[in-house]
Design a protein around this ligand. Structure first.
Ligand code: GLU
Length: 393
């Protein structure tokens, strides 16, 4: 019997970040000494006070359904976070908690896109934006960037990418995978273009807001241009900031009508995010924030060491990033030197021959690059760099 799957499934591939991570796990389970720099997942444990809040929630029997978009107290904590960190004022009706920031992004596409609507996505991009657009019947339109602009789009490029069919723009700063950050002035310039196109909604994925060491404080497109607030959805999560990837708790805040539509979609698909994770996220957002600074200081240290290490390898060029826990080196020289076809083949070779797992740039819309996650111990990082250098020499 042949299984006839829906056409939408044929438009996408499984997430490459998760696929490489799974492959590394399988090899490790088979006894291979694989060093994985694949998934963007902090190696730190979730801080104790957050775990304690989850244990309390279990003990108190908070194990039932909650409102679809999250408990009133979690929404209050999310609102407080945005007042404290971003100067935004969101009412409960403007907030929806979801199963990770990933579901928030997915829900936005489902809520806004009709067949054929275009979604502008600056490249390099997080692997799931184009797939989510496709699953909603949308058409991803990527804007290529280079190291010359630090992988950031210019207002001219944005203007050229927008057509009468454009419905949504994804922004992600600090960026996964490039680690680059838009300054407030750069966002103001992009906002100048967006103001001319009132049909275009903006999804600003601020997941890495706190994992930042740029000179300027964090700003997103709404900070740069408050006029865009009524067509911008702000996305974030506890995953990266508080080392809580497995808890799956993220959220979106924005115009009531969009949030209401996202809640309807969520109510017909997954219902509320996990009730215990909601209690944990509440503790993360309202509790002592010093754990964040401690982790970020460590990420910054690793960044400096990884970028320096990469730039010593022949055929590899890597810019210093402004934040996140990713390095995104250009490896065109190494591809040529090793006689492999492209970054995909290079990543395969690195896994097979050097037992180093990382994600090829092609997955992020930027061939000729690799993404290394340095959210792993210094020992693993040093070992991986050594193995890559050995293969290159
Ligand atoms: N966002 C992380 C990454 O880029 C986790 C995996 C995923 O969901 O893509 O590695």
């Amino acid at each position: 019997m042949t299984t006839e799957l829906a056409a939408r499934v044929r438009r996408i591939k499984p997430s490459p970040t998760l696929a490489v991570t799974a492959r590394a796990g399988e090899l490790r389970a088979a006894g291979k000494d694989v060093l994985s720099l694949a998934a963007g997942e902090p190696d730190f444990d979730t801080p104790d006070h957050i775990k304690e809040a989850a244990k309390r929630a279990i003990a108190e029997g908070r194990t039932k359904y909650t409102p679809v978009g999250g408990t009133a107290t979690l929404k209050k904590a999310i609102a407080l976070k945005h007042e404290r960190d971003n100067g935004f004022h969101f009412k409960p009706s403007q907030i929806i908690a979801s199963t990770g920031g990933k579901q928030a992004c997915y829900n936005i596409c489902q809520a806004l896109l009709d067949d054929g609507d275009e979604v502008v996505i600056p490249a390099p991009y997080w692997v799931s934006y184009p797939a989510m657009a496709l699953l909603a019947g949308g058409v991803p339109v990527s804007i290529d960037t280079t190291a010359e602009t630090r992988f950031k789009i210019t207002p001219d490029q944005l203007e050229r990418a927008i057509t009468p069919r454009t419905k949504l723009l994804f922004l992600n700063s600090p960026s996964n995978p490039s680690g680059m950050v838009y300054t407030k002035a750069e966002l103001e310039a992009l906002a100048g273009v967006l103001l001319k196109h009132p049909r275009v909604f903006i999804a600003t994925d601020d997941m890495y807001e706190h994992i930042l060491w740029a000179k300027e404080p964090f700003a997103d497109i709404v900070n740069a241009c408050p006029q865009l607030a009524d067509r911008t959805v702000v996305i974030s999560a506890v995953s990266k900031t508080y080392a809580m990837t497995g808890w799956r708790l993220g959220w979106a805040c924005g115009p009531e009508a969009v949030i209401k539509a996202m809640s309807a979609i969520q109510s017909q698909s997954t219902s509320n995010p996990n009730s215990i994770a909601q209690a944990a996220a509440e503790a993360a957002l309202t509790g002592d924030q010093s754990c964040v600074g401690t982790m970020v200081a460590e990420f910054h240290k690793r960044h400096d060491r990884v970028v320096a290490g990469l730039n010593k390898i022949p055929g590899v060029r890597c810019l210093s990033g402004d934040g996140t826990f990713y390095a995104f080196p250009n490896v065109e020289g190494l591809i040529q030197h090793l006689g492999v076809q492209d970054d995909v083949e290079l990543a395969t070779k690195l896994l097979d021959d050097a037992l180093v797992a990382l994600v090829p740039g092609t997955a992020f819309g930027a061939p000729g690059h690799l993404r290394l996650s340095f959210a792993t111990s210094q020992k693993v990082l040093d070992g991986a760099l050594e193995r890559i250098a050995k293969l290159a020499n």
